[in-house]
Design a protein around this ligand. Structure first.
Ligand SMILES: Nc1nc2c(c(=O)[nH]1)N[C@H]1C(S)=C(S)[C@@H](COP(=O)(O)O)O[C@H]1N2
Ligand SMILES: [Mo]
Length: 210
């Protein structure tokens, strides 16, 4: 794509109301994280769900792949200023897991903390994590997510075009190398949230820093 084409596409996104304030369109997918890329060990990998749930669960990689799957097209907005549009993410919807009874929440559950290999965490209110624009993603644009973008599972949150009713936080609210979800009665600010990033991180309100 030429710089002119990128500019044309960006103008289209502005006209369609899809470019949040202070963002610019990118067509490459930058890699951003703290610490090393985490390697998956399929024999040892598991996915845990604990906290304010009726029964804590642990899924092996084999079991995780049997969970109901869904696909959602998202515009993703990074706090550093890049936005990427129409990314096709595929994986497991938390909302579907709750509705189908794979996860039985206690009424005291109010926040969801994503826990990643390597210790990264990030927090979301339960009602945001239950929206259609949050996914435990395994695939991007038909391919398994690459190691540097979070293989085998990462949290993903982005904007569904036309759905301004959904809260859309910045992309750091999705943990790469995701290994578990903790449901909590109290909020637990995550890695970046403890270091000055905004706790709610709404892209339309430009909530970058707290
Ligand atoms: N495990 C883990 N997940 C993470 C991070 C991290 O440091 N570790 N960084 C976050 C930040 S700050 C951003 S901007 C996005 C970047 O995702 P990408 O590298 O796929 O673009 O991942 C988020 N998820
Ligand atoms: Mo970031």
């Amino acid at each position: 794509m030429t710089p002119f084409e990128r500019h044309q596409l960006e103008r289209r996104m502005i006209i369609e109301g899809r470019l949040p304030p202070g963002q610019r369109l990118t067509v490459r997918f930058p890699v951003l994280h703290y610490g090393p890329v985490q390697r998956m060990h399929p024999g040892h990998w598991d996915f845990r769900v604990w906290g304010e749930v009726e029964t804590p669960v642990t899924w092996t990689w084999h079991e995780f792949r049997q969970l109901p799957r869904t696909r959602v097209t998202l515009d993703v907005h990074c706090v550093t200023g890049w936005s990427q549009f129409d990314m096709v993410w595929e994986g497991v919807s938390l909302r579907d897991l709750v509705e189908a009874g794979y996860i039985r929440l206690k009424p005291t559950a109010r926040y969801v903390i994503q826990h990643a290999d390597g210790g990264y965490t990030t927090n979301l209110p339960l009602d945001v994590a239950l929206q259609e624009n949050f996914l435990l993603a395994t695939h991007l644009n038909g391919q398994p997510i690459s190691p540097e973008h979070g293989y085998p599972v990462r949290g993903v949150i982005g904007a569904i075009p036309g759905r301004k009713d959904l809260k859309t936080p910045y992309f750091w609210k999705g943990a790469k190398w995701l290994r578990g979800l903790e449901f909590s009665p109290v909020d637990k600010p995550g890695f970046w949230e403890q270091r000055g990033y905004h706790n709610e991180a709404d892209v339309w309100k430009e909530e970058r820093f707290g």
